[in-house]
Design a protein around this ligand. Sequence first.
Ligand SMILES: [Fe+2]
Length: 344
Amino acid sequence: MIVSRRRVFARLLCATGLVALAAAPALAQSGEVNVYTYRETKLIQPLFDAFTKDTGVKVNVISASSGLEQRIKTEGANSPADVLLTVDIGRLEDAVRADITQPIKSEILDKVVLPQYRDPEGQWYGISMRARVVYASKERVKQDTITYEELADPKWKGKICIRSGQHIYNNALFGAVIAKLGEAKAEEWLRGLKANLAQKPSGGDRETARDIAAGKCDIGIANTYYWALMNDVETDRKPWANATKVLLPTFKDGGTHVNLSGVVLAKHAPNKANGMKLIEWLVSEKAQHMYADINYEYPVRAGIEINKTIAGYGTLKPDPLPLAKIADNKKAAANLVDKVGFDN
Ligand SMILES: [Fe+2]
């Protein structure tokens, strides 16, 4: 079984072009852990390097932009995957539904990660948080506070930009709206939001900032870390950040919609103990600091300093709705997007 796992892993290395890792010593032995991840290698590698330094456990990384759940599923019992690092509650739930996870049992994680940021059965845990917020034109938008409900107010007619309603980030936000307002009111809200769009949903969250900067719309819906990346790191996109400000919207009776980057333990993890070691390390103070500064996300662990740029948005008051509840409404949200022809 070990041999075939190694073969599978070698094939994956070739398929993903990570040839440098093909020389890795034997897998499935103590001292190693195999991580599949959607996160960009350059963003995540410093964390793995620090983990190896702290524990002596080597990390083999498979990085891809899609299809990792399916890949693990296809590999079956021979899968070398120990840990899958992914983003968004939708993808975490996809992993559970694909039956590629096993429950994570850890007192450390239960202590650090609040119940609303983990699966009730322990199939996934949040590691860091991002919020889905409003980017607004500095020039044309005077207000500094806003509610999600207000996005459907006709005062914004022809002024809002957003990416596809079927993107997982919007499915999660709309799922939260359904959980908060109920389906009938959520439909009304989504029709109102659609009526306010300046253009057909398109691009990604960065392009929403771009279009505000270009004057195509006044406000848009996007994730917190993109603005910080454009402002601090991506020099060519700095003008888009300069033209916009970030508002942390809240629900009328609640807080700001947050989503997670999270982790699952693979069902057939050959290095389960090391997988658990890594998962627990990821919520350590050191790792949470790195997450905050490298990935521009909110630490899931309480008491960790938030990155300065992110903190500049104001104090995040996360909505208390459990993420699992949002996941329950993901399908209903996707159906609603189709029903109101949001992307048409
Ligand atoms: Fe993203």
